[in-house]
Each structure stands twice: as structure tokens, then as C-alpha cells.
Design a protein around this ligand. Structure first.
Ligand code: SOE
Length: 363
């Protein structure tokens, strides 16, 4: 288990706080926090309850008393910091996207393999029990041949011109915004549950709000729509938006097969909808209880709702377990850097498809 593992978090914003809770839930000790300045690190360390503030991200990575580095910074810093952390022999959790270019993501992925590092990219929605239930049902064969995979991931926190965030700036966030930030979650989740891989796609993207207060012209997309085909013969589509009023974090999918359709809604995650020609019902979580690899992170019984933070705790718990027991012990649910590289390939295909106005293969 993660007992005794010592953690450092770089970046003390919203997601840094989520990581801090997860470190504790996994039995780790949060020894240091780094941020964009020593002063910001002090504030961050106090807020996140870390033992100390690090002078810099580099100092945190090099520190002898840090075993696991959590990278929670703006996107343009992910690759350089992950590179340093891997070279320093640390286990690394890096927020997605792994890098703002495909070349960097591939290099980081290869470096992790070369070092035999234990890594994670928080594709956290894999850990909902209803999602695992859906995956088990697909694997059992009861859903039949899947032929249509569809859904959306919608948010509204950037839906007015006064909504500003570093992600809007391509030099900090990367050339793709809505798709690289949340579209990749949907693709990861649907590939994870269905066992299919997206092999070709055609995409559109739109910047709905072309100029924002405090930001010049915006080049990154607020909306993306993607049609695709999979290696196992399904077709599908996903709509991604960060400008859909009233939609907070609405990740929804439907996987439609010859015998059943399964659908999941992240904002209502306690049930899985299962439809057949004769009957439709909602299956409450807990019908097929799934145990966690980490005994500290056993899911609560049905009726005691599982949330985003619980999923995050389970993911970090799996990583810490793998660090303690050697990388071979990582369960298949745990998304690693290879999954981050996969997301970067799909994102690049979306950008290429838009640029060429054509269907493109996913590399
Ligand atoms: C913001 O869009 C964000 O926090 C994403 O960065 C996360 O990955 C997603 O889980 C929730 O929304």
C-alpha cells in the first residue's frame, strides 16, 4: 500500500487540492508543494496541508524525500517537468495533456518506458463503479457486437467573454483546448469501456467566443465535434463543449450493441442505464461489487454515493500500490503515460482533420 510514500505536488490550484486529498487517502505523506514562486508555494503548502513549501518545481523533483511527483501545473510545463521527474527516478502523476505537442508526449512516454517508471495520467472517470460495471457487461458478451458509440462532454465554465483561464491561451494550454482538456476524457473512457480503438476520424472545431476580457484573440476551440470509426467495426461521434450554459461537467456516453445499449452520465453516476429491445432499466451501483486493489479505498456500499474525489482517490491509491509493489503490480484500470500518449495522438488527429478538412487516421 502507499504507506510511507512521500509525495510532492507541483501546482496548488483546484486540481492540486484534489491530488492532495488523494495522496492522504492512499496513505501517502504530502511532504512538499511547489508553485510558480516561493511565496505562492508557501500559500499552496498551507492550503494543501503539506509539510513544506519547495523553493521551485525543480527543487521538489530533486528532493531525496520525494518519491512521487504530482504535476498539476498549466499544460506547457507538463513535459519539461515530467522529463525531469522521470530522469530523477521518481514515480510521476501528470495531469493531461501529457504535453502540448505530440512529439513531446511521445518522447515522455518513451522515457517512462525506458526508466521502467510507475506513471499515471488521471483519466479518473474510469474509476466510477458504474463505468466498471459497463465494462464488465461489454466483456461478458451480453451487450453483443457494439456498432454505435456516441455521446458528449459538455461544460459551461468558459461560456461568457468574462470567463478567463490560462487554458484559453494556446502558448500555455496548447493548440487544442476543449478537446485536449475534456474530449480526451470521453475518448479514453469510451475506449476503456468498449475495448474498441478509434482508428479514423473527421473533426470540426469552433471558437465561439473569439475574444475574451484580458485575452487577445482566442485561437483555441470552445467546441469540437468528432465522427469516428473503430478497429472493431463501430462508428461513433462525440460533441465536446466548454460553452454549453447549464452543463457543468456532463460527460455522457451510450454504447449501442446488437443486444443492449449501455449509457452512463457522470453527473448521475450511481446508475447505469441498460436497454434491450424488450426492457430498459437502471442498474444501481453495487449490483456487481468491484473491489479496489487498495484496501483503504474499498468503495462504500450502494446508497452511499461515489463522487469525483472518490474516483481520484482510487486512481492514486492504485498508483501508490504499484509504486510499493513494483510497476508490474499496476492494475489494468490505472491509466499510465501510454494512455496520455494515446490521448495526444487522438488530439493531433483532430487538429489535422480540421486543418485538412478531411478524414484522417489516428496514429
Ligand atoms: C476543467 O475543464 C476540468 O477540471 C478538466 O481539466 C478535468 O480534467 C475534468 O475532469 C473536469 O474539468
Amino acid at each position: 500500500m502507499g504507506d510511507g510514500l512521500r509525495s510532492g505536488i507541483i501546482g496548488a490550484g483546484f486540481i492540486g487540492g484534489v491530488h492532495a486529498h488523494a495522496v492522504r487517502a492512499a496513505g501517502g505523506q504530502l511532504v512538499a508543494v511547489a508553485d510558480h514562486s516561493p511565496e505562492a508555494a508557501k500559500g499552496g503548502a498551507a492550503r494543501l496541508g503539506a509539510r513544506a513549501a519547495a523553493e521551485s518545481a525543480e527543487a521538489l523533483i530533486e528532493a531525496d524525500d520525494v518519491d512521487v511527483v504530482h504535476i498539476c501545473t498549466p499544460n506547457h510545463l507538463h513535459a519539461p517537468l515530467a522529463r525531469l521527474a522521470l530522469r530523477a527516478g521518481k514515480a510521476v502523476v501528470c495531469e493531461k495533456p501529457l504535453a502540448t505537442t505530440l512529439a513531446d508526449a511521445e518522447e515522455i512516454g518513451a522515457l517512462a518506458t525506458e526508466h521502467g517508471s510507475v506513471t499515471a495520467v488521471p483519466f479518473v472517470y474510469r474509476y466510477y463503479q458504474s463505468v466498471l460495471e459497463a465494462r464488465a457487461r461489454v466483456r461478458s458478451g451480453e451487450v453483443g457486437q457494439l456498432w454505435l458509440l456516441h455521446g458528449s462532454y459538455l461544460q459551461d465554465w468558459l461560456s461568457t467573454s468574462s470567463d478567463v483561464n490560462w487554458r484559453v491561451d494556446a502558448s500555455l494550454g496548447g493548440a487544442s483546448r476543449a478537446f485536449a482538456d475534456i474530449g480526451v476524457h470521453w475518448c479514453d473512457l469510451v475506449e476503456f469501456v468498449s475495448g474498441h480503438r478509434i482508428v479514423r476520424l473527421s473533426a470540426q472545431r469552433k471558437t465561439a467566443i473569439a475574444s475574451r476580457e484580458s485575452a487577445e484573440q482566442v485561437s483555441t476551440e470552445d467546441i469540437a465535434t468528432v465522427q469516428f470509426e473503430t478497429d472493431l467495426g463501430a462508428v461513433g461521434s462525440v460533441v465536446v463543449s466548454q460553452v454549453s450554459p447549464g452543463r457543468k461537467n456532463r460527460l455522457w456516453f451510450s454504447l449501442d450493441g446488437a443486444e443492449q445499449s449501455l449509457s452512463f452520465d457522470q453527473e448521475n453516476p450511481e446508475t447505469l442505464w441498460v436497454g434491450s429491445r424488450a426492457h430498459a432499466s437502471v442498474v444501481p451501483r453495487g449490483v456487481t461489487p468491484r473491489r479496489s486493489a487498495n484496501p483503504l479505498l474499498e468503495p462504500l456500499p450502494p446508497g452511499h454515493p461515489q463522487g469525483y474525489q472518490d474516483c481520484f482517490n482510487a486512481l492514486v491509491g492504485d498508483l501508490y500500490q504499484a509504486v510499493s509493489s513494483g510497476s508490474a503490480g499496476a492494475p489494468e484500470e490505472l491509466p499510465g503515460f501510454a494512455d496520455g500518449v494515446r490521448a495526444a495522438r487522438i488530439t493531433q488527429a483532430v487538429l489535422d482533420s480540421v486543418a485538412t478538412e478531411s478524414w484522417v487516421p489516428v496514429g
